[in-house]
Design a protein. Structure first.
Length: 330
């Protein structure tokens, strides 16, 4: 493993200042289950992705941890652990979609030190990206090895050049809940809706989100759902613990007499970003859910572009869309 300097700032301003000082040679450190245990120990680097010389430990900043729930919604510090989210009674009552998604992440041990901010901003799990022998597009190379290689777990929607799938369960849930992230940088703080937070390969193949090297996420805000909102989460994975989604579905929608009024349906494991399935939402709007869900779920086929080995994910996605949305009505 490459050696590095560890910095322990006392506040957000000091953390940002350290990141500004080192530029792209430093990385913010959350729980470390991805950056340290994955990227750095496995020497995941390329022409456009050098390993960091310095890590800025965010766990030493008390203000980045905690859960506050009021009438407006919930504010969750970026360094709040996934276990703390799962065990929060207030979040479970108001935002069961998030607590269920958090509970589906990895194992109990990982959730004990894995953080919300770290889970949202983790790097892709593509085995070509993670393999040190493949200098792919995302590492600054000139080829996507999944095109002609083993692509059974890769994107079926919105790939283009790079066919990673976004690995975060919490990000999928938060997009469905219309959440926002507070980002701190040298220019101050700004709120970014999760609708605009993630970046696909068409926009920038080297990045997955809008964070600049000197910026960090400090907290996440989830607005209180409208009255009558139903929430549901479903995730399919190969193993019961410590595995990423083959396909996941997060749904949050307002229903009246089984009729879809408004809402969001977001897919994980199928695209380079958490994918909002507006084609499904539009099919359901103003209609009786039970009688129209099969046709609405099938609409996902109109945007799917599977690769040579992952067409099975289209069938799974359609089935899970139907099951997840109907489960919210039970």
């Amino acid at each position: 493993m490459k050696s590095f300097e560890l910095y322990e700032p006392k506040n957000v301003q000091e953390a940002v200042g350290t990141l500004v000082k080192f530029g792209n040679k430093a990385k913010p450190l959350a729980g470390g289950s991805d950056l340290v245990a994955g990227v750095m120990k496995d020497w995941v680097e390329g022409d456009g992705m050098p390993l960091p010389d310095a890590l800025v430990d965010l766990s030493t900043i008390p203000q980045l941890r905690g859960i506050r729930v009021d009438q407006r919604g919930a504010t969750i510090g970026a360094m709040t652990t996934l276990t703390e989210i799962v065990e929060s009674k207030e979040l479970t009552e108001r935002f069961p979609l998030l607590t269920q998604a958090s509970h589906s992440v990895a194992s109990q041990l990982i959730r004990n030190y894995g953080t919300l901010g770290g889970n949202i901003n983790q790097r892709p799990r593509c085995w070509f990206f993670r393999g040190k022998d493949f200098n792919c597009f995302k590492k600054g190379g000139d080829f996507c090895y999944s095109v002609n290689g083993d692509n059974r777990y890769h994107a079926i929607i919105g790939g283009e050049l790079c066919y990673i799938v976004h690995p975060s369960d919490t990000a999928t849930a938060l997009l469905a809940l219309n959440a926002q992230a507070k980002v701190a940088g040298p220019g101050g703080e700004r709120m970014v809706a999760f609708d605009n937070y993630f970046i696909g390969p068409r926009e920038d193949i080297l990045r997955e989100n809008i964070l600049k090297p000197e910026e960090i996420v400090t907290e996440v805000f989830i607005p209180t759902p409208a009255a009558g909102t139903k929430q549901a989460w479903m995730k399919l994975k190969n193993r019961q613990v410590y595995d990423f989604a083959i396909v996941s579905v997060a749904a949050a929608f307002v229903v009246q007499n089984d009729t879809w009024q408004d809402g969001r349906v977001v897919l994980g494991g199928v695209a380079p970003v958490p994918y909002r399935a507006t084609v499904v939402e539009n099919q359901l709007k103003g209609k009786n859910i039970r009688s129209s869900i099969r046709q609405a779920a099938a609409a996902i086929r109109t945007v799917a572009r599977p690769m040579s080995m992952n067409a099975y994910k289209v069938d799974i996605t359609q089935n899970m869309l139907e099951r997840t949305i109907l489960s919210a009505l039970a």
